[in-house]
Design a protein around this ligand. Structure first.
Ligand code: UN1
Length: 492
């Protein structure tokens, strides 16, 4: 089936007439649809629509905007299973994880629906008598949302829901690997009666759609999740227009296991964080740092468990690990594994594509563990975004923290220890936006800030109240009811 862009409440063809297909990465003979490969002309139409809609949507009261999101959340809930199955087919994650992704989207939608009755500003005394002073939140305007394929439903909701409840309008460019899930979400918006132009959807590639969208003079905020390289480029487009730019970029997230940690629990957490979603989470654990005394023990258990993980189609309940998203990801993982071997790391398991039986139909890669990794190696430093875990031995707590922080990234982090003092110290010492104690690096909840330090972003946070800060601007109000000219700062 041929799908269309969604502009001003209408499903319309692209100006280009060109299309691209969405294929199941577990079985490329399964096609999820054909989508318009749009261009700058389509983008311009969508931004104009968002601009017209802003005039009225920003005047709808926030509780009413929230009610619409509430209806949306209810519908998403009703379609959870259908959306989850579709997601597994479109990007490969195993069904129980797809359900988690959809659930995260539902959670965010309910959470932001409720924000419609808060959007708290603040009041404060004025320094002069007979004068009121307070600050309120105002929408920013027309927002470009550019989203990745790894959380095709949850991440778009992190951007679209706070943007809409705050009174902004949105033009959304979803990843070209997951257009169908994007279509289904917008269809639900359409069904609940979102006023036309408030959310517009444009399918297509980064250079043909993403770039003109970011450069468009009427876009005044850009929110992007993806690689640090693309993030830097997008930041420049935003800078030229002095736009607010929200960037959620890469990670090379460490789990530290200390000698006093619960080792069984740690192994469970490592497996889940390194190979869940086939390692394709920004929060995935890709570096494991183990204190000397338990190094061999943990590695032994971990490799044995990893070798038992079943690779396969995510719709099969017996599957533990699904495919990577496409051929170029599979090749990238392969290149990094070759590099790791050349750099002198020891390959303990995996290290090859899935080639047997049905695995030939898609893009599979076996969960891979390297030991004897050093911080100089590319496999220690680069975000691979696949099922590859690099393991390093640490002498003690301080060495472990130094190793953990030896990265340009800083999204998630974790430490396993039973020592309350070390746990508390790690919360301060680990350079990351998120730190887990005695749990892996993945599984952030929607009502807390999400984001990272260093090259993971530019200081902003998604989710939680932080998202409301991202998608609103402050307006400060002074009301002088003295009836005379009062001058602040003590001027007579
Ligand atoms: C991501 O990979 O960009 O914390 C998002 C987690 C999920 C979100 C991951 N709730 O792992």
């Amino acid at each position: 089936m041929l799908y269309k862009n969604y502009i001003e409440g209408q499903w319309i063809d692209s100006a280009t007439g060109k299309t691209f297909k969405s294929l199941n990465p577990a079985d490329t003979s399964d096609e999820l649809g054909e989508f318009p490969a749009s261009n700058a002309q389509d983008v311009a139409k969508a931004v104009e629509a968002a601009d017209r809609a802003f005039k009225t949507w920003s005047k709808v009261t926030a509780p009413r905007r929230g009610e619409l999101l509430f209806d949306l959340a209810e519908k998403m809930k009703g379609r959870k299973e259908e959306l989850s199955q579709l997601m597994t087919r479109e990007m490969g994650k195993v069904l129980k994880e797809a359900r988690g992704d959809v659930q995260e989207g539902i959670d965010m939608t309910y959470y932001m629906a409720a924000e419609g009755r808060r959007l708290f500003g603040y009041t404060t005394p004025a320094e002069l008598p007979l004068k009121a002073a307070y600050a309120i939140r105002r929408p920013i305007g027309r927002i470009a949302a550019i989203t990745p394929w790894n959380f095709p439903l949850a991440i778009p909701t992190w951007k679209i829901m706070p943007a809409l409840v705050a009174g902004n309008t949105v033009v959304w460019k979803p990843a070209s690997d997951t257009p169908r899930v994007a279509y289904e979400l917008v269809k639900i918006f359409d069904e609940v009666g979102l006023p036309k132009g408030v959310l517009n959807l444009i399918f297509g590639g980064g250079s043909d759609v993403g770039v003109p969208l970011c450069k468009h003079p009427k876009i005044n905020m850009i929110s992007f999740t993806g690689s640090s390289d693309t993030g830097k480029e997008i930041y420049k487009y935003g800078a030229e227009k002095l736009n607010q730019v929200h960037l959620e970029l890469g990670g090379k997230n460490p789990i530290v296991v200390l000698e006093d940690g619960d080792l069984e629990l740690a192994v469970e957490g490592i497996l889940w964080s390194a190979f869940g979603t086939t390692g394709q989470r920004c929060t995935a654990c890709s570096r494991l740092i183990i204190e000397d005394g338990v190094y061999e023990k943990i590695l032994g258990k971990l490799v044995a468990r990893t070798e038992k993980l079943r690779l396969g189609n995510g719709l099969d309940p017996k599957t533990d690990v699904g495919p990577v998203v496409n051929r170029s990801s599979q090749e990238k993982v392969g290149r990094y594994v070759e590099m790791g071997v050349k750099e002198g790391a020891k390959l303990l398991c995996g290290g090859e594509m899935g080639k047997d039986g049905d695995l030939k139909k898609g893009f599979f890669y076996r969960p891979t563990i390297f030991s004897d990794v050093t911080p100089q190696m590319r496999i220690f430093q680069d975000e691979i975004f696949g099922p590859v875990l690099s393991v390093v031995k640490a002498k003690d707590y301080d060495d472990a923290i130094t190793l953990a922080n030896n990265t340009v990234y800083g999204l998630s982090s974790s430490i396993y220890t039973q020592d309350i003092n070390k746990a508390q110290r790690a919360i301060e010492d680990l350079e990351a936006g998120i730190t887990y104690i005695n749990s892996g690096t993945i599984g952030a909840e929607v009502h807390l800030p999400f984001g990272g330090v260093k090259n993971t972003g530019n200081g902003g946070r998604e989710a939680g109240l932080a998202a409301i800060d991202e998608y609103t601007e402050w307006k400060t109000v002074y009301i002088d009811y003295s009836g005379r000219l009062q001058k602040a700062q003590g001027i007579d």
